[in-house]
Design a protein around this ligand. Sequence first.
Ligand code: NAD
Length: 283
Amino acid sequence: MSAVLLDGKMLAARREEETLQRVNALKARGIEPGLAFILVGEDPASKVYVRSKNKACERCGIRSVTCHLPEDVTQEELERELKKLADDPSVHGMLLQLPIPRHLDEAAALACIPPEKDVDGFHPVNAGNLVNGIPGIRSCTPLGIMDLIALSGVKTEGKHAVVIGRSAIVGKPAALLLLEANCTVTICHSRTVDLAKYTREADILVSAVGKAGLITGDMVKPGAVVIDAGIARVDGKVVGDVDRQSVEPIAGFLSPVPGGCGPMTIAELMVNTLNIAEAKANV
Ligand code: NAD
């Protein structure tokens, strides 16, 4: 038996189609959802990410604006641009594409994005809401991970979920969403001793590290749902954390890289933007 592949591309297309319908309904009431991207410098990967998010906005009927600032922008100038967008009522969501150049203070810049426009869910207020189980904006990649798990049809309640990675962007919020979904959650990280001991116990395994081949078949419980959120490059090709050749015969479900968490992250960004615009319009 081979794992059922969780097709993130297909699911993302479905989410975007639903988003477009809701956007059209909002536009019929005279409200156009708007999403602003703030890009600093010429990092090629960041430019690719912003371009693909812009294209998703086009597909969903969301108006997008990109504020592209030079590599040597000062902290003061960056914050001034962020505050301008924060005060613009036609902008419902804002996203500062990370990483930003080293001379800039990332935390201070992110703090200029008001929590109600923080489509990435990174603001301490939104992170705190997640910890406290208060409704609010959740981070896009963890939302995509949960959507892919739901696609498998496997019920989360009472399941043992193991998350590898403890970043504020993916690992921690994914673990908290799994906890909210009534899983028993274990978080592993770079200092975990005997990683395989934990992963073999996982009914749901989420890997968010960025190390090709980290997860091999002997580390996976037969029939498990395996979500690969990692992104690495091997010989110029994009791969995830999971060694597909050895894991596919063991896992019950597997999200591939590419075509799993990547497209889902972008689709969730569209949904988050629309949710903010709808909430503002009291839909
Ligand atoms: P990060 O570097 O902040 O975190 C990586 C985590 O992996 C850390 O918590 C670290 O403790 C853990 N780790 C490192 N080596 C390990 C090991 N040998 N064993 C166990 N744990 C180990 O990265 P991040 O921002 O959390 O992103 C994680 C991965 O997800 C990256 O590959 C990133 O590119 C990818 N990502 C994908 C999307 C997407 O849209 N698909 C979005 C965000 C991040």
